[in-house]
Design a binder for this molecule. Sequence first.
Ligand code: GDP
Ligand code: MN
Length: 423
Amino acid sequence: RVLPSEPKRIGDCCSVTSERRKNTMDIHEYQAKDVLSNFGVTIAPGALAYSPEQAAYRARELGGDSWVVKAQVHAGGRGKAGGVKLCQSDQEIQAACEDMFGKKLVTHQTGPQGKGIYRVYVEAAVPIEREIYLGLVLDRSSQRVMIVASQEGGMEIEDISVEKPDSIVRSTVEPAVGLQEFQAREISFALGIEPPLVQQMVRTLKGCYRAFRDLDATMVEINPLVITGDGRILALDAKMTFDDNALFRHPQISELRDKSQEDPRESRAADRGLSYVGLDGNIGCIVNGAGLAMATMDTIKLAGGEPANFLDIGGGATPERVAKAFRLVMSDQNVQAVLVNIFAGINRCDWVAEGVVQALKEVQIDVPVVVRLAGTNVQEGQRILAQSGLPIIRATTLMEAAERAVGAWSNDLKQATRVRAVQ
Ligand code: GDP
Ligand code: MN
């Protein structure tokens, strides 16, 4: 995602960052299907494989004479990118798998770096008569779960909303009573489901809603939900995301996390209890508190620079935590200056200063470091920085700090030979 080109207004960074700062966890298609089938959604028989041989074996176990091999990555658009293949023999399955395992699948949702394929799902192929789009999302304006559906399944919802906006059916669920039978029937009729199949559609809709609500999901998407030639309604694809902050209530969902699918910078930060979002600029920010981080990024932009990240070390930061934050920021090759901005309420400026000094000694940081401290124990913090003998650029106000960080990298940039900390 690209930041607006000339943002000079306070708040420009906020929308970008809060969107990037997802606070959700994705799971794989096969996992979502398993979850949804426990809530009464029908799926085709399938099995997971970690190698081409295992995939062929799984297909034989499933029986039948045609199968679909599907790359399991946390992204949609696999079909068009070669991540979904229809196969009719052992050999075809093996060949399809050879093209997938260990490769990066690049779809329009993964970004150019793609996502690694380490698992495939083998499913009995299904004769499709009709494809339907079904999604459940949080609608922030009505503060309700909204069901979004369309007869134009198989296409992405973004494309449907441009090309066939009139085909989209929307229905919000009243949380006090949940999804009602009549409401589910209304949605089914609006989708043109034939009367004998309406009961199946109602069960599917109610199952998706209950899964969404009971598991604190933020999104359920079945695209396509298909009607087969023999009159069955099946989820052929499935995607679910969950609210991070509610995962403690669902250990069985929490276990489904697959770190191979996450941005390594962000999962490394999450493991260390730091809140981090990688951005596209070159000024690394170490800040306490999300609001202050937003303000810091805005001020950097106001001073003519671009933030390289959003890093919130939180309250009560120990020197070790500050050092960790430095290591993380410095592992981003784009960082050409670091701006530490701490407003210490719960934090203590002397601890943060010690952390900065410790990090600069350990991590061999060869880019300018600007530190602005305010709040608890600020004098002691300043003294530690001044007496360290390290080339730390100190600033009093946030604006001054941002200007110095922006100025520092443009001046010091050329002669910098860069030593990078790993981890
Ligand atoms: P996505 O591209 O990542 O959304 O992956 P999908 O699971 O949606 O698969 C892409 C497309 O492959 C679907 O829209 C279907 O048209 C097709 N497909 C998937 N499974 C089957 C199957 O069992 N039979 C048939 N005929 N087509 C399938
Ligand atoms: Mn799909």
